[in-house]
Write a protein that binds this ligand. Structure first.
Ligand code: PLP
Length: 389
């Protein structure tokens, strides 16, 4: 029998990095020590008090059964309380305006299933987290690419979106602090987004997975801080990066009750919720002292200094991040993102991600992460001096 996969799978964008992957495995076979700064996955451990809460909860038979679809009341309450204390976003209804997620990626993927009909148009940032575009297409929606340009601080230029496109658009994704550019949004920007949403009837989906990873700036705002945001939008929050919990798969969505309810309907028909022992640990994370998060920020800040200093000393143009653990490096003249990443790999043994992996507008940059210890950062900072252009 000839197996033919669905068009939505066959039509996924081509994988761009096969050549780099081949070089990586060749170098590893030759015994080269590669410093992998390609993946945004914290190397720091989950704080001990969260692990202990999980250990205690895992021993409790009441948590061994199917979880409730929308999340344990205690978890949803801890999430909305955290929104009140962290963002001063008060009055979120834990029952109707909050839903637990199996990592924010799960919610980001499922949200379009609740919202889009075939042919609906979605405004998707480029560069951006690939799941926004992929799931728009999976459900038959159409992607309209909104470029994030360096000269605009990697914010979308809402005025440049043609009125006929804005009128047709059903929803828009925004993501600040941003992956891969590390850009921040201001409350004024969010106000503009709410005005745009109301003017054109566009649903806003805000992804704030990196809201707690920031340096030398005021804590980044939530989209929901702005008046009227809850009328038009939903926000996706994650415990993954904040508490070094990427493997645990826990996040939540908060915002407009109809949007949260729609997402909940998809989940009811898809998964059976997040393991309740993980939710109990997440309650401990959200409701205990946040000193562990400050500790992570301190570590990333130090690493940032080491890596960015080394890159600059080697003559590269670095966009030093004020948030996230991503560092964009401009490609030297004459090099594409893929060529420059390949050069870093072969000459320095440093693995970078070409920013074109996040969309065509990523051309001209590679992305490095701060997810390796200080000694490895220092080693990477030293090795980039070997890159021969
Ligand atoms: N949003 C952005 C911008 C990300 O970069 C990621 C993961 O890298 C996620 C969401 C998903 O994170 P998680 O599913 O671990 O919550």
């Amino acid at each position: 029998m000839k197996i033919e996969l669905a068009a939505r799978i066959r039509e996924l964008p081509p994988y761009l990095f096969a050549d780099i992957d081949r070089k990586k495995s060749e170098l590893r076979k030759q015994g080269r020590d590669l410093i992998d700064l390609g993946i945004g996955d914290p190397d720091l451990p989950t704080p001990a008090h969260i692990v202990q809460a999980m250990q205690a909860a895992a021993a409790e038979p009441r948590y061994h059964r199917y979880p409730s679809y929308e999340g344990m009341p205690a978890f949803r309450q801890a999430a909305v309380d955290w929104y009140a204390s962290r963002f001063n976003v008060r009055g979120l209804d834990a029952d109707k305006e909050c839903c637990a997620l199996i990592g924010s990626k799960e919610g980001i993927a499922h949200f379009p299933v609740a919202i889009l009909n075939p042919g609906d148009l979605v405004l998707v940032p480029d560069p951006g987290y690939p799941v926004y575009a992929t799931w728009t297409r999976f459900v038959g929606g159409e992607v309209y690419t909104v470029p994030l340009r360096r000269e605009n601080g990697f914010l979308p230029d809402l005025k440049a979106i043609p009125a006929d496109v804005a009128k047709r658009a059903k929803m828009m994704w925004i993501n600040y602090p941003n992956n891969p550019t590390a850009a921040l949004a201001t409350r004024d920007f969010y106000k503009e987004v709410v005005d745009f949403a109301k003017r054109f009837d566009v649903i806003i989906a805000s992804d704030v997975a990196y809201s707690e990873i920031y340096y030398d700036v005021e804590p980044p705002p939530s989209f929901l801080e702005v008046d009227g945001a809850k009328d038009v939008g939903i926000e996706f929050q994650s415990l993954s990066k904040t508490y070094n919990m990427t493997g645990w798969r826990i996040g939540f969505a908060v915002g407009n009750a109809a949007l949260v309810g729609g997402l909940g309907k998809v989940k009811t028909n898809t998964d059976s919720g997040a393991f309740e022992a993980v939710q109990a640990a997440a309650v401990a994370a959200l409701s205990s002292s946040q000193a562990c998060v400050e500790e992570s920020r301190k570590i990333y800040r130090e690493r940032r200094g080491v890596l960015c200093g080394g890159l600059r000393a080697a003559g590269f143009e670095v966009l030093e991040p004020k948030a996230t653990f991503y560092v964009l490096v401009a490609c030297p003249r004459g090099y594409s993102s893929i060529e420059f990443a390949s050069k870093l790999l072969v000459d320095a043994g440093v693995v970078a991600t070409p920013a074109t992996g996040f969309g065509a507008c990523g051309e001209g940059f590679v992305r490095l992460t701060l997810c390796a210890d200080r000694a490895r950062m220092a080693e990477a900072a030293e090795r980039v001096k070997n890159v021969k252009l």
